[in-house]
Design a protein around this ligand. Structure first.
Ligand code: AMP
Ligand code: FES
Ligand code: ZN
Length: 310
């Protein structure tokens, strides 16, 4: 196969795009895809300060690489989730990446933010699936770190596969409120929220893996140990099988949802956030989901009737 841009020998074939690329043209193609998403969705400008959430995985590091190369004002944010050796290794990868490129990385460690806030402890105390507790914790610390640092935008590395799997989960249960809020750009709907954007939302996991490989990015390959058996992985597997039979399925599913489905759900589900009675952050209900989790953790630490810890 020949490169679609320069006719040299192609190194990568992208069936969904009916295209192939040699290495230099692939790097050009990938950056252009990211820049197009940023421009088309008006995600941010060169004048804004971006906080890039990096997990040590390929997607977020590849994204940080592209944004830094394109001259955006970026700072990294790594959350230490306290998931044993997995967290230790992913932290190392994020640190090494930042050091090599002389980029600033901020680190927030959950267990230092409060007793019992490491993900395994929160999951045990609340009897929730770790990934669901983890989602709530991540969102909260993304928001507070962005707010505390005065950033205008929080950027995450969610890719096409993530968005397609999440969409499939939301559709299978017809979670209208979730469908109304699933978007590549979440505007700052409240003074304590910053804008949240996902520049890789139309780029597949395979494409970022190829980019990371070609750029020599050292990332954590293993999945989070809690992901084993998680429904997101099952949905990804199903979607990959559909994609294999019919290339382009994932992109059409996600792109068409954002174009026509999401606005229809948003039009009927326009619930504005209130203010959390505990921490003052935006909330759907009297407490935000983070404070509800923390209450459960605290209740487990000092059950009713037990003496309060000194
Ligand atoms: P995940 O929720 O693991 O699918 O990750 C989705 C995105 O969330 C990643 O691409 C990162 O941008 C961000 N993210 C996940 N884990 C972390 C972490 N420990 N620290 C900072 N950002 C993270
Ligand atoms: Fe959060 Fe796995 S990364 S539970
Ligand atoms: Zn709260």
């Amino acid at each position: 196969m020949k490169c679609t841009r320069c006719r040299a020998k192609a190194e990568v074939e992208l069936r969904a795009h009916n295209a192939g690329f040699c290495r230099p043209c692939y790097l050009f193609y990938f950056r252009r895809q990211v820049e197009r998403a940023i421009a088309a969705e008006r995600m941010f400008t060169h004048d804004e300060r971006l906080l890039v959430a990096v997990s040590g995985g390929k997607d977020s590091l590849a994204l940080w690489d592209v944004l830094a190369e394109c001259g955006y004002a970026t700072t990294g944010l790594y959350l230490g989730l306290g998931i044993g050796a997995y967290s230790a290794r992913s932290h190392e990868k994020a640190l090494k990446f930042a050091e090599q490129r002389e980029l600033e990385l901020r680190v927030v460690t959950l267990e230092e933010e409060g007793p019992g806030l490491a993900i395994p402890d929160v999951a045990a105390a609340t009897r929730r699936v770790p990934c669901s507790a983890c989602g709530t914790m991540k969102r909260h610390f993304f928001d507070t770190a962005a707010l505390a640092g005065g950033f205008e935008v929080l950027v995450t590395g969610h890719n096409l596969d993530d968005e397609a799997a999440r969409l499939m989960g939301n559709v299978l249960r017809w979670q209208r409120d979730h469908l109304a809020r699933q978007r590549p750009v979440l505007p700052a709907t409240h003074p304590k929220f910053v804008r949240k954007v996902k520049p890789l939302y139309l780029i597949s996991e395979y494409e970022t893996a190829v980019y990371a490989f070609m750029r020599g990015i050292d990332y954590i390959v293993e999945e989070c140990p809690n992901a084993v058996g998680a429904t997101q992985l099952l949905y990804k597997d199903v979607l990959n099988r559909l994609e294999h039979a019919s290339p382009g399925t994932k992109q059409a599913f996600v792109q068409e949802f954002f174009r026509s489905g999401q606005p229809a759900f948003a039009a009927v589900e326009n619930e504005e956030p209130q203010v959390c009675g505990q921490c003052g952050m935006p909330a759907y209900g009297t407490l935000c989901s983070f404070c509800r989790l923390v209450r459960q953790v605290e209740a487990r630490r000092s059950p009713p009737g037990a003496a309060a810890p000194a």
